[in-house]
Design a protein around this ligand. Structure first.
Ligand code: FMN
Length: 376
């Protein structure tokens, strides 16, 4: 079936950006699901400075200890996926956080530079993020980081990469600021230097049409979705509609190109995804939350839905933060083989999590995962 498990950050790397056995467990779990034709990893930062969150995988250059261990452990994951299901493709999502790196995380990233071509505060969530002070033109090395990252992922056995150009991160800002050529250079170099599948994730917005029309000539799959911290009300908890599917219905000409189109966001059941495929609106449907709850067949607003909606009028970030942390934790439960058993359990844990997550997001507290079980 043309279903994709969209990128969902799993927070399973240690402080060196190295993954361990839980990461392998999680992706083996996804590979067992025969509905999926493509699995995309949670975002992998192309550098330490580009990490949007503490526990995501990040890439480093050179031949030293973290590099070798990281590549070997990622390879263990891709091998596990391929041996579990030889027909599924495993894709690494590469990202740079740009201005969407929380202040506290910037310090952990050992930099104070928050780079983006968009010189304005992140709307309504400015307390969490710094005003950008460097543009990608002046740090051209970012382009090389993406290209080197893509090559490293090839060495680690991935079937390809997805370049994250959505959700308010650095490359999304570049597109918004008219630096389409900069992003196109990254894609062209990766296409020239790597053999695997090349995907992009981009927001389904009219403003991005020019970029989508350019990129579609080069890449293999364009994934359309919605949301950014500029507009948290567009993010996951509010996805009652299917914004990317509506967008592609209005731009059917995009599906006539060589590249395939995937729409992601707001599909609460498999049937909803199947209907869109049967109507031939697009080639693939992407799911985020549905595959993070193995025993649950329908994505529902978490039990604290109404309260969140009321509070989000004053503090839009709570529409995104706690829900994302809740689902991220679900992935860690799958990785530890203690996933929630049914919907009642999910609701109970959901409300508890919401309170915990409110506190975690408020203080920007992020703990490191220090598992070291694959170091030998
Ligand atoms: C826990 C969690 C983590 C996510 N992490 C990423 C990510 O790393 N990269 C990305 O492009 N999107 C990420 N997303 C967004 C999803 O890929 C997807 O676009 C969004 O959840 C909407 O799809 P859904 O309605 O099927 O959940 C994340 C979503 C969730 C719930």
């Amino acid at each position: 079936m043309n279903f994709i498990k969209s990128a969902t950050s799993e927070g399973l790397a240690d402080a060196d950006g190295v993954t361990h056995s839980e990461y392998v467990n999680l992706y083996r779990h996804f590979a067992k699901n025969r509905e999926l034709s493509i699995i995309i990893t949670g975002h992998i930062a192309v550098s330490r400075e580009g990490r949007p969150e503490a526990r995501c995988v990040f890439l480093t250059d050179g031949e030293g200890y973290p590099y070798k261990l990281r590549t070997r452990n990622l390879r263990r994951m891709t091998e596990a996926v391929h041996s579990e299901n030889p027909s599924v493709k495993i894709i690494a999502q590469l990202n740079h956080g740009g201005r969407q790196i929380p202040r506290l995380q910037l310090r952990k990233n050992k930099t104070s530079i928050c780079c983006s071509p968009i010189q304005k505060k992140v709307n309504k969530s400015a307390f969490m993020f710094k005003t950008p002070n460097q543009t990608p033109q002046s740090c051209k090395y970012i382009k090389d980081q993406f290209v080197i990252g893509a090559k490293q992922m090839e060495q680690a056995g991935f079937d390809g990469v997805q370049i994250h150009c959505a959700h308010g991160y650095l490359l999304h800002d570049c597109i918004k600021a008219g630096l389409i050529q900069f992003v196109m250079e990254i894609l062209t170099e990766i296409k020239d230097q790597c053999k695997g599948i090349l995907m992009i994730k981009v927001n389904a917005d009219e403003d991005n049409l020019k970029f989508i029309n350019e990129a579609i000539k080069i890449v293999d799959i364009v994934e359309l979705s919605k949301g950014s911290y500029d507009n948290p009300n567009d993010m996951i908890e509010n996805h009652r509609s299917k914004p990317a599917a509506c967008f592609i219905e209005q731009h059917q000409e995009l599906t006539k190109q060589k590249a395939k189109i995937c729409v992601t966001g707001g599909f609460h059941t498999r049937e909803e995804g199947q209907n869109v495929l049967m109507e031939q609106i697009c080639h693939y449907v992407g799911f985020g939350r549905l595959y993070l709850m193995p025993q649950i067949t329908k994505v529902q607003r978490l039990s604290f839905g109404r309260m969140v909606q009321a509070l989000s009028k004053f503090m839009p970030l709570i529409n995104a933060g706690p829900a994302t942390i809740f689902y991220e934790e679900e992935q860690r439960r799958i990785a530890k083989k203690i996933a929630l058993k049914n919907e009642d359990e999910m609701k109970r844990v959901g409300i508890m999590w919401w309170f915990v997550c409110m506190i975690i997001s408020f203080f920007g507290f992020q703990r490191y995962n220090t598992i070291r079980d694959m170091t030998k």
